[in-house]
Write a protein that binds this ligand. Structure first.
Ligand code: KG4
Ligand code: ZN
Length: 354
């Protein structure tokens, strides 16, 4: 580290997240979160029923400085107090990622501080340290977002070789299924929060939707068959107006969270691991949180789930993983580091994408 750190809580790490539709700037000092500023372009995408990459990229460019200034104000810091910059290099939308990496490089160069490239999904796990302290390792991580559904054995989150993939979705991601089913029901975008709310008034047993790969003995997932089953059900009823949307939402949601929680707990048992961490936007789901808590308790597994605000995309998660890398003395990113829209989680390692 080039700068001489003077913050009493530890090195100040500025995290930049621009992989999708949220512009996030988080600031950590040591293991303490000082700021988590967020700007979202989600409303600009709603009428298209999904995130439009160029719209997202333009919105990041517009939101970057206001969000950065808000984070610094919240943290009561000046830019010159920053000791390291961390930025999401992938996976995500290439154009959106480029805006964050370009800005983060400029900041790091101007400040004369190191730049760390971080993996978006690893950051979803790392953010748990903000509220619950040091990550128990080894642990099993269930990552459920709009683009990914993964079960991982995490031996060392800050090491390029500290992760093992236990299972992934073979088709749609869990969040993608929520978004697609919401569209089928005419509920708008993004689908997760609205299905979560609506399902509270519905009967999860009203429709027997399939449990994709639910009892195949692997830790892989499949949600496209479930989505098709919901589509068939809605079509057979003559369209969304012919169904009880709260019941469909509840039954669909139950199918997703049943399989996710059963496999996560089974993975802990198979690995002999007693700590489970949830992360990613779908981990904000209220039913998933309740069922995971019940099943983990029954299996003697300790469960850690960040508060919903930290489950969906934000800058704190990038600052959190950045702070782990700084504490570890990890090598910073190369000057010519780029973005990788499909950055693999395990093959290339998590933290030190160079
Ligand atoms: O992690 P995230 O913010 O962005 C990605 O990395 O993809 O996850 C976004 C996904 C969306 O598919 C959204 O519908 C879903 O998370 N989501 C939820 C909830 N809140 C967000 N899914 C279910 N229940 C929720 N409460
Ligand atoms: Zn995410």
């Amino acid at each position: 580290m080039t700068g001489v750190n003077t913050h009493p809580l530890g090195p100040v790490v500025l995290g930049v997240e621009t992989s999708c539709d949220e512009t996030g700037i988080g600031i950590m000092a040591g293991s303490t979160l000082l700021a988590d500023a967020l700007a979202s372009s989600v409303e600009e995408h709603a009428r298209f029923g999904g995130v439009v990459p160029e719209v997202a990229a333009r919105a990041h460019v517009e939101a970057f400085l206001p969000t950065l200034r808000r984070a610094l104000t919240d943290a009561r810091l000046r830019l010159a107090d920053v000791d390291a910059v961390a930025v999401t290099t992938g996976p995500g939308l290439a154009g959106a990622l480029l805006t964050g990496v370009g800005a983060a490089k400029a900041l790091a160069a101007a400040l004369g501080v190191p730049l760390y490239g971080v993996h978006h999904l690893a950051a979803h796990v790392a953010v748990d340290i903000v509220e619950h302290g040091e990550l128990p390792q080894p642990c099993v991580a269930l990552l459920v977002s709009g683009g990914h559904t993964s079960l991982l054995a995490v031996e060392d989150l800050a090491s390029p070789t500290g992760l093992r993939s236990l299972g992934v979705t073979v088709d749609d991601a869990a969040g993608e299924a929520f978004d697609k089913v919401a569209r089928l029901l005419g509920l708008g975008f993004p689908g997760g929060p609205v299905i979560d709310r609506l399902a509270r008034e519905g009967d999860p047993a009203a429709v027997a939707f399939p449990r994709g790969k639910g009892s195949d003995g692997t830790f892989d997932f499949s949600f496209s068959g479930l989505k098709t089953a919901v589509a068939r059900y809605v079509t057979a009823a003559g369209g969304p107006a012919g169904v009880a949307p709260a019941d469909v939402a509840a039954a669909f949601q139950e199918s997703v969270v049943d399989v996710l929680t059963a496999k996560a707990v089974a993975a802990c048992r198979a690995e002999g691991i007693t700590d489970l961490v949830l992360g990613g936007g779908v981990a904000a789901n209220s039913r998933l949180r309740v069922l995971a808590a019940q099943r983990a308790a029954a299996a003697g597994v300790r469960l850690r789930v960040p508060s919903p605000r930290l489950c969906t995309d934000n800058g704190a998660m990038v600052a959190a993983l950045g702070s782990l890398l700084v504490a570890r003395g990890a090598a910073p990113a190369a000057d010519d580091v780029g973005v990788d829209a499909a950055l693999p989680l395990v093959a290339r390692g998590l933290g030190g994408q160079r």
